[in-house]
Design a protein around this ligand. Structure first.
Ligand SMILES: C[S@@+](CC[C@H](N)C(=O)[O-])C[C@H]1O[C@@H](n2cnc3c(N)ncnc32)[C@H](O)[C@@H]1O
Length: 250
């Protein structure tokens, strides 16, 4: 159906690739994404909490509980942004657990540091400055969707995880009907207007809707995880399916 999230093999909205082909065809260039998050960094948290109606706290807590169940010693929070996932993990995991945040947008990392997140690394998810098997668990919340190659980023996540380590992906998805019928007008019209007023960057939130429509969800994401080398993929819709939480083993 028109507008449905793409299936595995179609990695970006405007760029159609046949299964097995992995063209770089970003919805937005990486530099544009970097600038976009740089421009909204100071207002990002407020916009997030308001536009999700506070649900973002619940989603992060659900993620942190799952990670705690894995009892990791070293965790990478990729696309950590202003650090909310890393800080939630800090509250849920024992003190001795190392939690590193990585993001390629320095203004976002600075916002995180102000809130007490850290250590952080300025790093691109497609070429992480960490050795093979460096982490026991990796989280990426609302970040993979913005990366220029989903498969390339997943393979890089797989590389920095130890064999048997866990990945957790949290991101938006398009909910099934009937919620879809109200969600789409909200996503494409209401949200960009409110967020534009809050952040002064309406176009950043128009991009958000586009990127959500293009992002694989459910079985398509599980297939992509397997293609990147992960095993035992799981998919859990949250809040009626406006967000999905995926896990898999390296
Ligand atoms: C929507 S924010 C999410 C921040 C945080 N994880 C949260 O849950 O609030 C997306 C973040 O992904 C980062 N990002 C996008 N592409 C990236 C890449 N290729 N490498 C590293 N970070 C990236 C952006 O800079 C931005 O900080």
């Amino acid at each position: 159906m028109a507008g449905d999230p793409p299936q595995a093999g179609q990695h970006r909205g405007r760029g159609v690739t046949a299964p097995g082909e992995h063209l770089f065809f970003p919805l937005q260039e990486p530099q544009t994404i970097q600038r976009l998050f740089g421009s909204i960094a100071r207002r990002y948290d407020l916009a997030n909490h308001l536009l999700s109606g506070g649900c973002d706290f619940l989603w992060r807590r659900r993620a942190a509980r799952i990670v705690r169940g894995w009892a990791p010693g070293r965790v990478l929070d990729l696309a950590t942004g202003s650090g909310d996932v890393a800080l939630t993990l800090r509250r849920y995991l024992p003190e001795e657990v190392l939690i590193v945040g990585a993001d390629f947008c320095v203004p976002m990392l600075r916002e995180g540091l102000k809130k007490g997140a850290g250590p952080v690394a300025a790093a691109d998810g497609l070429a992480l400055p960490f050795g093979d098997g460096a982490f026991d668990a990796l989280t990426v919340a609302f970040g993979l969707r913005n990366m220029a190659s989903y498969l390339g980023a997943l393979k890089e996540m797989h590389r920095v995880l130890r064999p048997g380590g866990h990945v957790l992906i949290l991101d938006f998805s398009v909910p099934p009907p009937p919620l879809r019928w109200v969600y789409r007008p909200y996503l494409h019209h209401v949200l960009p207007s409110i967020a534009g007023w809050l952040t002064g960057e309406r176009s950043a939130y128009e991009y958000l809707g586009e990127s959500i429509e293009a992002f694989p969800s459910g079985a398509a994401m599980s297939a992509l995880l397997e293609e990147a080398g992960f095993a035992e993929p799981t998919a859990e819709p949250l809040t009626g399916g406006i967000v999905s939480l995926y896990t898999a083993r390296a």
